[in-house]
Design a protein. Structure first.
Length: 56
C-alpha cells in the first residue's frame, strides 16, 4: 500500500481547492478508515476502491 505523500508526489492523488485529497483517476474525495490496531489511518476511494496509508 502506497502512502498518501508518495501518491501526491507522483500524481495518483491530488488536492482540490479546499485542500481535500481526491483520487487522481475518478476525482472522488477519499474516505477515511481508522483501524485501532494500526498507527495512522487508511484513505479509501469510494469509487475505484484504491487504498493509501496516511501517517500522522
Amino acid at each position: 500500500m502506497k502512502s498518501v505523500r508518495k501518491a501526491l508526489r507522483d500524481g495518483t492523488l491530488e488536492k482540490d481547492t479546499y485542500e481535500r485529497i481526491v483520487c487522481g483517476d475518478c476525482e472522488e474525495n477519499l474516505k477515511t478508515e481508522n483501524d485501532p490496531d494500526q498507527i495512522g489511518s487508511v484513505r479509501v476511494c469510494p469509487d475505484c476502491g484504491g487504498r493509501w496509508k496516511e501517517l500522522r
